[in-house]
Design a binder for this molecule. Structure first.
Ligand SMILES: Cc1ncc(C[n+]2csc(CCOP(=O)(O)OP(=O)(O)O)c2C)c(N)n1
Ligand code: SF4
Ligand SMILES: [Mg+2]
Length: 317
């Protein structure tokens, strides 16, 4: 693989223009930043499949496309199956000699939102990883079904108000804890699994490069602040990602071969989760006195998870 220069942000951010700025995503949407970070991290030929969601709907409005790569859209849930077929066909044709190996390698990538990844498309993702296809799956985790009006998903954190877990007189919002998709994918024994965030662009680019270089199925969960459903100003997207990583609401780490865990970012000053929550309209009801216990619970869960990750890293288990 050809590794791009990831030392200089200016050079990196204009390194590869394979994803056009013209699209219908909201201003400030992190999905597009994450896609650009992937594109800028590599010169490899890319075959990309997309589940239905904001990214697909906003970047492929017939007869236009924002993608200057091979790009497949299938259903809401089965882009991992589509990419499995493309990857298997590519390898078979190379083996049989009906296709000449290109100068730059071909890499297979799938993008899915949390709705399609954690919930509705999970079985297709699990199957593709279990079969061992050589591809990288990137989940754009904005913690809700944004494209259809901000419904809860199993990635929605406890306390968030969504259109199907609305906060009000009788409810503080989402009641269930977020599913740990990183642990679930690591438990498949995938060779490379990570959680990355676009504000830490160097570690995100390195993680993408590692995944593309690794033979076999790789899974990356990315934090994707959603200006519309998290309810913050579009100019603050990266600030929100900073608050997410510095409060450890989204710890950044990788798991290799299902067991070796490395923490990728240790904030110098860990901030209270309150600061992260206060920056978003979807959590504003938590600051009423009767909901204080929810914030305390979220902080407790974060502290326990951080402790667990550090112990796992130290113990090398
Ligand atoms: C099988 C099926 N169920 C539901 C839908 C409707 N649908 C289209 S996009 C979407 C939400 C996508 O949410 P997510 O995967 O989190 O992506 P986001 O839009 O948040 O990036 C839904 C429910 C569909 N197209 N197909
Ligand atoms: S609703 Fe959210 S995820 Fe969808 S385009 Fe807008 S900011 Fe991006
Ligand atoms: Mg989503």
């Amino acid at each position: 693989m050809s590794i791009k220069n990831i030392k200089n942000l200016k050079e990196f951010s204009t390194a590869n223009e394979r994803f056009e700025g013209s699209h219908l995503m909201c201003p400030g949407c992190a999905h597009t930043m994450i896609v650009r970070e992937l594109m800028n991290a590599t010169d490899d030929n890319l075959v990309i499949s997309c589940n239905t969601g904001c990214l697909e709907v906003g970047t492929a409005v017939y007869p236009f496309t924002s993608w200057d790569t091979s790009w497949i859209h299938v259903g809401f849930e089965n882009a991992p199956s589509a990419i499995s077929g493309a990857e298997a066909m590519y390898k078979t044709r190379l083996r049989k000699g009906s296709l000449k190996a290109p100068k730059d390698p071909v890499k297979f990538v799938t993008f899915g939102g949390d709705g399609s990844t954690y919930d509705i498309g999970f079985q297709w993702l699990s199957g593709a990883v279990e079969r061992g296809h050589d591809f990288t799956y990137i989940c754009l985790d904005n913690e809700n079904y944004a494209n259809t009006g901000g419904q809860r998903s199993s990635s929605t954190p406890i306390g968030a108000s969504t259109s199907t877990s609305p906060a009000g007189r009788v409810s503080y919002g989402e009641k269930n804890k977020k599913k740990d998709i990183v642990a679930i994918m690591a438990a498949h024994g995938a060779p490379y699994v990570a959680q990355l965030s676009p504000n830490k662009w160097k570690s995100m680019a390195k993680g993408f490069q590692k995944a593309l270089e690794t033979e076999g199925p790789c899974f990356i969960n990315t934090v994707s602040p959603c200006t519309t459903e998290w309810k913050f100003a579009p100019k603050d997207t990266i600030h929100l990602a900073d608050l997410a990583t510095d409060s450890l609401m989204f710890p950044l780490y990788e798991i290799i071969d299902g067991h070796e865990l490395n923490i990728l970012y240790r904030p110098k000053n860990i901030i209270k989760v309150e600061d992260y929550l206060a920056a978003q309209g979807r959590y504003k009801h938590l600051f009423k006195p009767e909901n204080k216990h929810v914030i305390e619970q979220i902080q407790k869960d974060i502290d326990a998870k951080w402790e667990h990750l550090q112990r796992r890293e130290e113990a090398r288990i």
